[in-house]
Design a protein around this ligand. Sequence first.
Ligand code: 13P
Length: 248
Amino acid sequence: MRKKIIAGNFKMNYSVNRADNFISEIKDRINTDEVDVVICPNFVALDRISELLDGTNIKLGAQNVYFEDSGAYTGETSVDMLAAVNVKYCIVGHSERRKYFNETDEIVNKKVKKILEKDISPIICVGETLEVRDSGKHFELIENQIKEALKNIDKEAVSRNVIIAYEPIWAIGTGVSAASVQANEMCKFIRDVIAKLYTRKVADLVRIQYGGSVKPSNAKEILECSDIDGTLVGGASLTNDFVAIVNY
Ligand code: 13P
């Protein structure tokens, strides 16, 4: 039985004091007995939020990382730097990074490899635009994104740490989530792709999240789908709605 994992992606919201106040206010109301809960604030808040979460079961995640170990890469952050503040998860290949920062499948693969080297769990985001879905090429695109992201990564690392987040771009920040049937269909498809790349046993271990306009009113239905093992929450993770989603 895969344990559900619900992650809040704060994106570029809440500077450190605001993040601290908000998380202080909700942390004791979050039930972490049956669900892994992850909070991903911005980089400059990581250290403080790490201290705040110390002693709780809520885990810390980062929203991005660079694939080199150290050196002259102005503005970048290494996996070791994340590990030093107790980051356990790292979002990779979010559609906003692919769109605004030219993050390619090749870059995603390099980042995933580096994250796995340090035994952190990458949350690998994949998803199609509405145009691609309307053209009927969404399965092909997602299969390709998964294959490229996992290129030359061994099955032990995948089974132990990899998390996939299916986030259809047309559902992100729009208020219109995918129907649970649609979301489950794609998450099941992703599991089959992983089974083809590795084995069925590996595919059954990998947790696959859905993300895109998750809110208290649709969380339960989404989380009860057979192949959806959690949610990646954007806007609703910035409010009390996050508590309701986690305690669904
Ligand atoms: P929303 O929940 O705001 O649609 O964002 C989803 C997302 O992009 C999470 O990474």
